[in-house]
Design a protein around this ligand. Structure first.
Ligand SMILES: [Zn+2]
Ligand SMILES: [Zn+2]
Length: 752
């Protein structure tokens, strides 16, 4: 009998791959063995040529999601005489398995069908899962990944579940988080003071009814508490905004099913596939007019963050509520999401009317991921549930590096053995809770991946909580610390994602990050080669009166920019409404004295300034709101670009500012100005690309979350023959900084 060895690599551990292989082998009467090891999974199978060929085909074609084969190598072997059966070799025998920390997976079709079927024993059970779906990273306490080291250890399997768990032909063979109504977690609806109002099915019904009456519900979701309200009620949405102190920032909406989602949003086939994927991220979809979701959910925004139920609990609740629900992280703005029961009641007590929870602990907070599909593919905006902490092979060799990331949208990255593991999105580090979460996540990642960093990396900014933790750990572990300039890290992240070591041009257009000259950078043209970074071009710096305060008040950026272009003077009529009597004079004196007015070359602040001049959110809102409004105002309009004054690599926006003021004086609208501004930025990209003369151009930084800017720059550069690379699997915003820091640190020691 012929025998073959199949070496499989990809997403093949912790996702029910071995049982699936077992079933394929059994169905073809093959004998042999399958096991996990450091590099993936190996199968040895023995049988007739025809059966083996069909088995190979089935391996490639029939393995169910979420397993994904990246490579399959087949080789012939000598027959093993007298082999009687096909076995799954349990981990722990033979070669030590590589640590696998699987991401959480959305409810699979088979489990959804069980939940919906009255005759099934898991009918309407909110914690149904199997090897293809359910919680993973959010319940794992230690490795190897086995039930006693998960939050499910408190739930011994009932005889029925135990039988499924032990049966290699069952979908729940070795499904660590599996449960049923007889042995698993239970649902309870509680008031803010912890009083139980209802349990089980009654809890679900009462929660759905309260939502229908406009209540704010705190739901213990997969990776943390979420706040839910009726998305079709302006009053309910307003109540949530007031309590959460979140004025205008868009909320995500969960729809009961695909049909109801399509009434409010458009979805391309690619977007449709993402909605139904095991990662089930929030997708920024184009809104349809006349949908059920009220405008206040995402004011002034042509897109809506939409997603489908990713757990049976969400599925049942949304079906009972019978309407789309706002589904947002359970926190006060700038704090991380609450995930422990006591903490949630303490922190969300004043926000929520009721708590729908259960007795399955959440081991660590993992937010929903956010993604947008652009013309040329997906753009990751927040990388969390479904993606973290999957290791990504990036071909970055060298020492083991731990990079602690930026200050906002923080993530942590671990580089080990050529692979990169990025933590889930941790968010803002301003609060105590935020920096605690960072420290916990570092401990987590190092333990899970058995890593002992030989090198640490952080931002140049001395005051970031991530920098301070890096300094402390470097001293404690006696390892070198590499400080990577913020925009260098942005560019390096994009380069690493595409396997480029340079020389390349990185256009890093961003909010603000500390530059190597002590000013605030953010509109940069950087030449990257190995670990080296040269600043080829930048926006001509202008002062930011009030420093950090300018981030939330676009009118301050406008005042600083006007000061740089025109010097002291009265406010132009465009800004007259944005300042009360004394305020303008106050800023002028700050600027004149150079007091608390740091210089910046930030393109994000230029966006703010132009938006304020155009009458969009001059006084403020959430960070990025004015820039987004400018993007939306431009729509699809194509207008002639504003000009620039180029001198020694610095791009002076004076002609642009004069152009904006002239257009305003001529009574032009914000859409016209926005379109000319975006066109001007595409010209800036082209000028810098031609000056650098390098064929590969990378786009990184928060400004490239702007789909219109990205598209305009891409068109312009591609038309001139440049190869454009932008972020795919990792965010262009500060969520990608840890990756860039790790890459630069790795390259530094490799002497490149
Ligand atoms: Zn399932
Ligand atoms: Zn059970």
């Amino acid at each position: 009998m012929p025998r073959r060895r199949f070496q499989v690599r990809g997403v093949v551990q912790g996702v029910g791959f071995r049982p699936a292989v077992y079933r394929l082998a059994l169905a073809r009467s093959l004998t042999g063995v399958v096991w996990n090891h450091a590099q993936g999974v190996t199968v040895e199978a023995q049988g007739t040529e025809a059966k083996l060929a069909d088995f190979e085909r089935a391996l490639r074609e029939e393995i169910p999601a979420p397993a994904r084969i990246q490579s399959l190598v087949v080789e012939a072997m000598a027959e093993v005489p007298g082999e009687a059966d096909f076995r799954i070799r349990v981990s722990g025998q033979g070669e030590a398995p590589r640590p696998v920390v699987p991401p959480d997976l959305a409810l699979c079709e088979a489990c959804a069908a069980e939940v919906d079927t009255p005759a099934e024993r898991r009918h309407r059970y909110p914690f149904t899962n199997c090897t293809r779906c359910g919680p993973r990273y959010t319940i794992i306490e230690g490795l190897p990944y086995d039930r006693p080291r998960t939050a499910m250890k408190a739930f011994p399997l009932c005889p029925d579940c135990a039988r499924e768990y032990a049966d290699p032909l069952d979908r729940r063979f070795h499904a660590q988080p599996m449960a049923c109504p007889a042995c698993g977690p239970r649902l309870a609806l509680q008031a803010g003071d912890g009083t139980v109002r209802a349990e089980g099915e009654a809890a679900l019904a009462a929660a759905a009814e309260a939502l229908g009456q406009g209540a704010v519900l705190a739901l213990k979701g997969l990776g943390g508490y979420q706040l839910l309200v009726d998305a079709t009620s302006a009053e309910a949405v307003d109540r949530l905004r007031q309590r959460k102190r979140r004025e205008a920032k868009p909320f995500a909406v969960m729809f009961p099913d695909r049909t109801s989602l399509l009434r409010d949003c458009e979805a391309s086939p690619e977007e449709d596939a993402w909605l139904a994927s095991p990662e089930a991220p929030i997708l920024l979809l184009r809104r349809r007019s006349g949908g059920a979701v009220v405008a206040a959910v995402a004011p002034g925004n042509p897109r809506l963050g939409a997603f489908l139920p990713n757990t049976p609990l969400h599925r049942l609740l949304l079906a009972s509520a019978g309407r789309p629900l706002v589904c947002t992280s359970g926190n006060l703005s700038d704090e991380p999401m609450a995930f422990e029961d006591d903490e949630a009641r303490r922190r969300l007590g004043s926000l929520a009317d009721l708590f729908l929870g259960h007795d399955r602990p959440i081991t660590r907070p993992v937010d929903d991921s956010v993604l947008r599909v652009d013309i040329d593919g997906p753009t990751m905006l927040r990388r969390a549930r479904g993606f973290a902490p999957l290791a990504v092979p990036l071909g970055l060799g060298g020492p083991c590096v731990l990079a602690l990331g930026a200050h906002q949208k923080n993530t942590v990255a671990l580089l080990k053995g050529g692979e990169l593991v990025m933590s889930q999105h941790l968010g803002d580090l301003t609060s105590l809770e935020g920096s605690d979460l960072l420290a916990r996540t570092v401990t987590d990642l190092l333990a899970f991946f058995g890593a002992r960093p030989e090198l640490l990396a952080c931002d140049l900014h001395p005051d970031y909580a991530s920098t301070r933790l890096a300094e402390r750990l470097a001293a404690e572990w006696q390892v070198p610390l590499v400080r990577v300039q913020h925009h260098h890290a942005h560019g390096a992240a994009c380069a690493a994602e595409h396997g480029l070591t340079g020389p390349v041009l990185a256009l890093t257009w961003d909010g603000t990050g500390l530059g190597s000259d002590g000013t605030l950078w953010g509109g940069e043209a950087l030449r990257l080669e190995g670990a080296a970074c040269t600043r080829l071009g930048h926006l001509k710096p202008f002062p930011l009166p009030g420093g950090a305060a300018a981030v939330k008040q676009p009118r301050r950026s406008a005042a600083g920019l006007l000061w740089a272009v025109r010097g002291a003077g009265a406010p132009p009529s465009a800004l007259a409404d944005a300042f009360d009597g004394a305020e303008w004079a106050q800023l002028q004196s700050l600027l004149a004295g150079g007091f608390n007015s740091p210089l910046t070359s930030s393109l994000g602040r230029l966006f703010d300034a132009v938006a304020a001049l155009a009458g969009l959110h001059a006084r403020g809102g959430f960070e990025g709101q004015a820039a987004m409004a400018l993007e939306f105002a431009a729509g699809e309009r194509v207008e002639a670009p504003y000009g620039w004054d180029f001198r020694d690599g610095s791009a002076d926006p004076a002609p642009l500012v004069e152009g904006v003021l002239a257009d305003l004086a001529a009574g032009r609208d914000a859409g016209f100005i926005a379109a000319r501004f975006h066109a001007a930025l595409a010209e800036l990209a082209l000028a810098w690309a031609q000056q650098a003369g390098l064929p590969d151009v990378l786009l990184s930084g928060g400004c490239f979350q702007n789909a219109l800017l990205t598209a305009r720059v891409q068109e312009k550069l591609a038309g001139a023959g440049f190869r454009i690379h932008r972020h795919r699997a990792f965010p262009p915003n500060d969520g990608g900084i840890s990756l860039g820091q790790a890459a630069v640190a790795g390259l530094t020691t490799a002497g490149r």
